[in-house]
Design a protein around this ligand. Structure first.
Ligand SMILES: Cc1cc2nc3c(=O)[nH]c(=O)nc-3n(C[C@H](O)[C@H](O)[C@H](O)COP(=O)(O)O)c2cc1C
Length: 281
């Protein structure tokens, strides 16, 4: 394969049990946060980037850029800015997907058009483009057997990451993607029961309570939260967590996540975006 495949696969329908390597890769997805000290070969990186660029993009505006961070020192610094998630330093390569409307503003100006994209919709468009490209890259890398982990923590210290990567006006880091040879396998992380998230023809939350209770139980059984709880808000670090193990599940985790430190940390993100030329209106 040379990254320039243009044939659409023939329509074959689908029967359960059919061989389908794309589905196999999608359904085997798990994030990887420990890596061996092995680089990602350039040939693999090229195809991963090709797959990223092949992602659908709003109005074909392609309003994102990718910074390939293979410099160890830079990754170490990004790791610190992102709250010391060691996988950022350890991985073979870090791709930083940036929302980018600088090219579009450039062509507007060059042709004498007034840029009228200074509205919140542009943020959705450009961030959406960046995330889709990132997911494509992640799936491409996983299809080759690499482990990956996205890094939203590039938004923990947006000015710091921006300075490190030399991001100009109208560009900000949306998400990072660590890629490398996995040194762990955490297995699949269960998802919410489908009935909680999927309804037909009309939105429904009628399975919320029973579905959340079921999921809490499922997640508790995985032990994924053992030693990995979200810190409590406004409580001294050495205070006793009042929630017993058997009661700490996804609901508590999500509530702490959205009611907690992480949100406070990102409170200035809107102002940062405005300083970069993006409108929140
Ligand atoms: C946009 C985005 C940002 C993420 N940022 C981080 C991150 O900064 N650190 C991290 O450890 N995982 C990060 N993740 C991975 C999620 O935590 C992970 O996908 C989720 O817990 C589900 O687990 P799984 O991917 O193993 O199924 C991110 C995922 C997404 C989609």
């Amino acid at each position: 394969m040379n990254g320039t495949m243009t044939e659409r696969p023939p329509f074959r329908g689908f029967a359960p049990g059919d061989d389908n390597p794309v589905l196999e890769t999608l359904l085997a997805h798990r994030s990887t946060r420990a890596y061996k000290d092995v680089p990602v070969p350039e040939a693999a990186l090229e195809i991963i980037l090709e797959a990223a660029q092949r992602a659908p993009t709003s109005s074909n505006l392609q309003s994102y850029s990718i910074v390939v961070v293979d410099d160890q020192g830079l990754r170490d610094q990004i790791c610190v800015l992102g709250g010391n998630q060691n996988f950022v330093s350890e991985c073979g390569v870090l791709l930083v997907f940036c929302s980018d409307i600088s090219r579009h503003i450039h062509v507007c100006r060059e042709r004498g058009y007034t840029y009228r994209g200074d509205q919140i919709n542009t943020l959705f468009v450009t961030h959406g483009d960046a995330i889709l490209a990132c997911q494509n890259a992640s799936i491409a890398a996983q299809s080759m057997g690499f482990g990956t982990c996205m890094m939203g923590n590039v938004r923990n210290d947006p000015p710091g990451v921006s300075d490190l990567l030399g991001l100009p006006q109208y560009v900000f880091a949306s998400v990072g993607l660590a890629i490398g040879v996995a040194n762990e396998d955490m297995g699949l992380k269960p998802r919410l029961p489908r009935r909680v998230m999927v309804s037909r023809n009309r939105y429904s939350d009628r399975h919320r309570e029973d579905g959340l209770a079921e999921y809490d139980e499922t997640m508790r059984r995985t032990g994924l939260y053992d030693g990995r709880r979200e810190p409590l808000n406004d409580v001294a670090p050495d205070a006793q967590d009042p929630i017993p193990d058997e009661a700490y599940g996804w609901c508590e985790h999500a509530a702490r996540r959205l009611g907690g430190f992480n949100q406070v940390q990102r409170r200035n993100f809107g102002e940062f975006l405005e300083s970069k030329g993006f409108s929140r209106r």
